[in-house]
Design a protein around this ligand. Structure first.
Ligand SMILES: C[S@@+](CC[C@H](N)C(=O)[O-])C[C@H]1O[C@@H](n2cnc3c(N)ncnc32)[C@H](O)[C@@H]1O
Length: 241
């Protein structure tokens, strides 16, 4: 099923520079029934078409949130997008009574019409809809308590221009793929991420590309690959030495 909505998104002009433009985007239903967004300019989806919620849960929750021992847990996400990772993390932190401070960086916040078309809350249990609404209605660039144990700061900004601030136990690296957005997967970017990752902090991402792993190693991470969720052979988890 495809629903169309308005998305203010970026266009790659072929030089690696992105410019704003208004564009019709498509909400696509993935194999587990959850929605993702398709970006025609990049020919890229926000999540795996084999299951958006399944992918997010496997990579960021099971391989990151559950692997990292820190409590309280300071998370930095690159690419807030639909807020799916934030939603699943909020639910887990609430259920597990684990305090989470979640900071997310997003260059192109999605518009309200698209947000209200997304069905992610249906996969997040009883409190899903309320937390989904609170996450999306919370103001940008301010720390907000969303629910018990979950504090959120959505930061509007461009990671390639403005390095992240703070110190984090866990990094959810969820930019568009290295083939579509190579400027997000460089040593320079990983070096700025390394500088805000605590020793023994954990970095998780869906890409297992060789160059990504080499760049992470060069920036002080011990890198391992794990079997991926359906449709993805491997993913990467790295620990800051
Ligand atoms: C794969 S999608 C995000 C998935 C998101 N975590 C979700 O669950 O919907 C990648 C996101 O990175 C954002 N992004 C792209 N370039 C960026 C940049 N330079 N700085 C910050 N965010 C960026 C995109 O706008 C998009 O929302």
């Amino acid at each position: 099923m495809i629903i169309e909505g308005l998305l203010r998104f970026a266009r790659n002009d072929g030089t690696g520079n992105y410019t704003y433009r208004n564009k019709l985007n498509q909400i696509v239903t993935t194999s587990d029934g959850s929605h993702t967004i398709y970006v025609p300019e990049l020919d890229e989806h926000y999540h795996s078409i084999h299951g958006a919620v399944q992918e997010s849960d496997f990579i960021f929750i099971k391989s990151g949130f559950e692997f990292c021992n820190a409590n309280p847990l300071n998370i930095l996400e690159v690419g807030f997008g639909t807020g799916l990772n934030a939603l699943l993390t909020a639910i887990r932190s609430m259920k597990g009574k684990r305090e989470v401070n979640y900071t997310s960086i997003e260059k192109y916040p999605i518009d309200e019409k698209t947000i209200i078309s997304l069905n992610h809350y249906q996969f997040a249990g009883e409190a899903g809809k309320e937390i989904f609404n609170l996450i999306h209605s919370s103001p940008w660039n301010i720390n907000v308590n969303i629910c018990e144990n979950f504090n959120l700061t959505k930061t509007e900004g461009d990671l390639t221009i403005k390095p992240p601030q703070g110190q984090y136990d866990l990094i959810y690296f969820d930019a568009f793929g290295p083939d579509k957005q190579p400027e997000m997967w460089t040593k320079e970017i990983f070096s700025s991420i390394a500088s805000v990752t605590k020793t023994n902090g954990v970095f998780v991402t869906y890409s297992a590309k060789g160059e990504v792993k080499r760049n992470l190693r060069a920036c002080g991470f011990e890198v391992s690959h794990l079997p991926g969720p359906p449709g993805k052979r491997q993913i990467t988890r790295a620990v800051k030495i």
